[in-house]
Design a protein around this ligand. Structure first.
Ligand code: F0G
Length: 367
């Protein structure tokens, strides 16, 4: 049997802080609150690459394999470790579901309290279950994510609370680790990086991470950043706050992103773009990725894949990968959360119950 300290040390040795301590705002005395997050697979995808064509290589960064099933754990290990170092009594966040699941888990691990403010009726069931299971105090509000974040900003004025939304720079610092891992896996930056955009922290964090490793000489190039918002929740694309954002991809149902300015800078400085994908395109991409590559992601995560398809299928100038200079480009798509987070998003075709006989079963299988 391992002692509690040994066990904690072992997990912490695998986590984001252990792997990238030198690039994070932690010191020798910062307690490390970790669940062994990060180091997720960058999966080469043959069928996706074939669909893009032109000799392009597509790899998927599967963030659903983090301890609570989303990329949020990368930033949460840093934010909660710092909160504990600063002797904060409780962490609070607004969330569309994944931040709250992650905050609740890391607070439980740290032995501190956690309160999560959520838009009522708009959280995927798997995520809501997580917040309760990890023991968070859950407050549902009659409003959307943007309303919840406004309240959290107000509560954050009180000394007993540390905000662990991505307005906390420790979160962004931790999330940069995903870009570091991509560079280390590829031994360079990719040519293009595609990802879903909601509150816009992640696109900002990836860009910061790529720039940092480029400056350090670990990458010789920088990727073009391509962000995708759901069509009904696309404030950055439209350049204005959306008061009533709507999308089935509930994780990115956000009308007034906190990291709007940083995201615009990432897009501008990387010669990138922000585009929209419809809910149908998102659900088609989700099913395609699961059934063609064995990678099951939640709807919001599939926005990057839907965006990839949109870029490839459009026969116009928005065709970034087919332009001659890009032949053979390396393309990374981040898929941000696990498919099991939102089981209701998948249609289950009711198949008939048959007799417990081989012949009847074979008939249904269709061989
Ligand atoms: N994908 C998933 C699965 C998410 O949960 C989120 C954000 C995003 C993409 C967008 O990332 O906000 O950095 O642009 N979820 C937040 C939450 C808002 O509360 O869980 P972003």
């Amino acid at each position: 049997m391992l002692s509690a300290t040994e066990n904690t040390t072992m997990v912490a040795q695998r986590g984001v802080i252990a792997r990238y301590r030198d690039y994070l705002p932690v010191s020798e005395t910062t307690p490390v609150i970790s669940l062994g997050e990060g180091s997720t697979p960058l999966i080469p995808c043959t069928r996706l690459s074939q669909r893009v064509g032109n000799g392009c290589r597509v790899l998927v960064k599967y963030e659903g394999l983090n301890p609570t099933g989303s990329f949020k754990d990368r930033g949460m290990t840093v934010a909660v470790s710092k909160a504990v170092e600063q002797r904060t009594a409780a962490v609070i966040c607004a969330s569309t579901g994944n931040t709250s699941a992650s905050a609740a888990a890391y607070a439980a691990r740290a032995g501190i309290r956690c309160a999560v403010i959520l838009p009522a009726g708009k959280i995927a069931s798997g995520k809501l279950v997580q917040a309760y299971a990890y023991g968070a105090r859950v407050v549902a509000i009659d409003g959307n994510f943007d309303d919840a974040l406004r309240i959290v900003r107000q509560l954050g004025e009180r000394p007993e609370f540390a905000i662990v939304n991505s307005i906390n720079p420790d979160r962004i610092a931790g999330q940069k680790s995903a870009a570091f891992e991509v560079v280390e896996d590829l031994r360079n930056a990719p040519d293009y990086h595609l990802l879903p955009v909601g509150n816009a922290g992640n696109i900002s964090a990836y860009w910061a991470g790529y720039c940092e490793f480029h400056t350090l000489g670990k990458a010789t190039k920088l990727p073009v950043m391509l962000g995708f918002q759901a069509a009904g929740s696309a404030p950055i694309f439209h350049g204005r706050v959306i008061d009533q954002p709507e999308t089935l991809a509930s994780a990115i149902r956000i009308g007034n992103p906190a990291s709007w300015t940083a995201a615009n800078a990432a897009i501008r400085d990387s010669s990138g773009a922000i585009d929209v994908v419809s809910d149908d395109e998102i659900l088609d991409a989700q099913r395609w990725l699961a059934s063609h590559e064995g990678i099951f992601v939640e709807p919001a995560s599939a926005a990057s894949i839907a965006g990839l398809f949109k870029c490839c299928d459009a026969a116009d100038a928005a065709y970034p990968f087919r332009a001659t200079p890009s032949e053979g480009a390396t393309i990374v798509c981040t898929v941000t959360g696990h498919g099991l987070k939102d089981p209701e998003a998948i249609r289950i075709d009711a198949s008939p119950t048959v007799a417990a006989m081989e012949t009847d079963v074979l008939r249904v299988i269709g061989f």
